[in-house]
Design a protein around this ligand. Structure first.
Ligand SMILES: Nc1ncnc2c1ncn2[C@@H]1O[C@H](COP(=O)(O)OP(=O)(O)OP(=O)(O)O)[C@@H](O)[C@H]1O
Ligand SMILES: [Mg+2]
Length: 264
């Protein structure tokens, strides 16, 4: 597949080997091995507080590892909480990283406006965050991460704060975007369903300090289209998806049980 965001011949956007990190006296990452290939969506699941956000911050260069090797292409972060600036409209929120990178106001706004148009939010370009629904705010926050065209997108619980139906809608929306234009994505989620519907692989972490306990391939195809050419999300009843869902659930339970056994 050819795409401007996936330069030919480039190495994997993320390779982490035996990465360790403590925050103060608290060991958080305990020898993480992780890889995201070009155009691959890797979902990261693990118990609450195990170190998922910390790992994403490390990948995006906001933290430095104590040891191990981390090779990563430029990465954009969509943080766990929607951090849109309340005094800027949707367009200026999306344009913000471009402005920070030195793009002039007019061009940054034009590019932000195009991104909003592409996801049918053009009509809300001049609305401030408090005038948008929760789902719209998450889309704007996602576009802001997308705006810089970094090679790796790190999404931290992108749909975390939404109700079930909006979550489902946004999941289909993101799945359609990624099928239309593949990108390399590291997606943190606590939702097993989201992990198997969006991920090509699911990486399961142990309770803190986090290690990778399992890596599960989701063998269900992505990128199906309906007769009108519109991308169709994966079928939740696809046997490969059912198997992956069960494997991820079992792995999570096993990781937590092993930890309880260790603590006892
Ligand atoms: N600046 C900090 N100093 C000390 N400890 C911290 C700091 N930031 C986070 N922690 C702790 O590190 C651990 C890992 O936090 P992190 O936010 O990475 O977990 P998480 O897996 O993303 O959790 P959640 O599922 O709740 O989002 C937690 O126990 C947290 O309390
Ligand atoms: Mg987190």
């Amino acid at each position: 597949m050819t795409d401007a965001t996936l330069p030919a011949g480039e190495a994997a956007p993320l390779v982490a080997r035996d990465v360790r990190l403590a925050l103060g006296d608290l060991p958080v990452l305990d020898g993480i091995d992780l890889e995201v290939g070009r155009g691959e969506v890797v979902a990261l699941v693990g118990p609450s507080g195990c170190g998922k956000s910390t790992l994403l911050e490390l990948v995006c260069g906001l933290l430095a590892a104590d040891s191990g090797t981390l090779r990563t292409r430029p990465a954009a972060l969509m943080p766990q909480r929607d951090l849109l600036l309340p005094w800027l409209d949707a367009r200026d929120n999306v344009a913000l990283p471009l402005r920070i990178a030195g793009t002039g106001r007019r061009e940054a706004r034009a590019r932000a406006g195009e991104l909003l148009d592409r996801v049918e939010l053009g009509g809300f370009a001049r609305s401030r965050p408090d005038q948008l629904s929760g789902g719209m705010r998450q889309r704007v926050a996602f576009l802001r991460a997308l705006a810089t065209e970094r090679e790796l997108l790190c999404l931290d619980e992108p749909f975390g704060a939404l109700d079930a139906i909006t979550r489902e809608e946004l999941r289909a929306w993101l799945s359609g975007l990624l099928d239309a234009r593949p990108r390399s994505v590291l997606l943190v989620t606590h939702d097993v369903e989201e992990a198997v519907l969006l991920g090509d692989r699911v990486v399961v972490l142990s309770p803190r300090p986090a290690r990778v306990t399992d890596v599960i391939d989701v063998a269900a195809p992505r990128g199906a289209r309906d007769t009108g050419g519109t991308p169709v999300p994966r079928d939740p009843t696809d046997p490969a998806l059912v198997a992956a869902r069960r494997a991820v659930r079992d792995a999570l339970h096993a990781a937590i049980a092993a930890d309880r056994g260790r603590a006892a």
